[in-house]
Design a protein around this ligand. Sequence first.
Ligand SMILES: NC(=O)c1ccc[n+]([C@@H]2O[C@H](COP(=O)([O-])OP(=O)(O)OC[C@H]3O[C@@H](n4cnc5c(N)ncnc54)[C@H](O)[C@@H]3O)[C@@H](O)[C@H]2O)c1
Length: 258
Amino acid sequence: MDVKELFSLKGKIIVVTGGSGQYGKCLVEGLAEAGGTVITTSRDIQSAEKTAALFREKGLDVHPMEVDQGDTESVSRFAKSLQDKFGKLHVFVNNAVSRPMKGYNAPLADFDESMRVNATGMWDLLKSMSDLIIGSGGGAVINISSMMGMKGPDLTNYEGTSMGDLPPDYFFHNAGLINLTRFMAKMNSGKNIRFNCISPGGLFNNQPERFVENYNKKVPMKRMANNDDIKGLAVLLASDAGAYINGENILMDGGLNA
Ligand SMILES: NC(=O)c1ccc[n+]([C@@H]2O[C@H](COP(=O)([O-])OP(=O)(O)OC[C@H]3O[C@@H](n4cnc5c(N)ncnc54)[C@H](O)[C@@H]3O)[C@@H](O)[C@H]2O)c1
């Protein structure tokens, strides 16, 4: 097949959770620019509609839908309406994250709440979307983890800032997601579905100057990730160009952890 055809997402139905968030918007845009029909989801439909409208103005095929991954009834409703509206699913991008835990000494209840959404709820939605992809004849799942799921924190990044009080839940569930990716790839052997994971570094989002300075010093590329950096990797893993990549975790950090 021609390489441009291999990378094309034309005719593919794609769901991106947390599509109104920082990395979510980049993923929705990149996958739609590659020709996909992208469903951007949020907990509240207004937020998803705003994001979809932004990209539709640019001529991209983006549709809003509502799902709260911490609520199993919402997950079931979403799976049903997705099927009713689009008939099938080819790609699921598992990107949403809830951040209820604000620091090392945060209450245990905040850790519990994080697991409710980022572990139990995430699994509920991942399983449901994977089943839908398998029922549609096959496709791909892309889990979005973090370099923080692969390494302990580099506290020197936070020197001179008030950002160094890091929550443990984020390191825990992101690390779990990387191995869950491998588990899913093996468990779904023979079903024409691939599971891969992207572990990005920090996305530039006007963080405090001192943090950006500390961080950039250590990155061989001398910058944080920009809005385009994740697009190509997501398209590769979603498309036939990535047809033989399965069970993999790809670190995308500009060489920071090399
Ligand atoms: N931003 C970064 O610098 C960075 C770096 C590395 C990895 N990541 C990873 O990228 C992914 C997205 O992170 P982000 O920084 O863009 O997050 P974000 O906070 O900007 O967006 C997350 C989205 O998830 C949604 N969400 C929260 N709870 C939800 C629920 N119960 N149901 C449905 N949606 C819910 C939020 O509304 C939000 O739109 C995460 O997996 C994160 O670990 C981000």
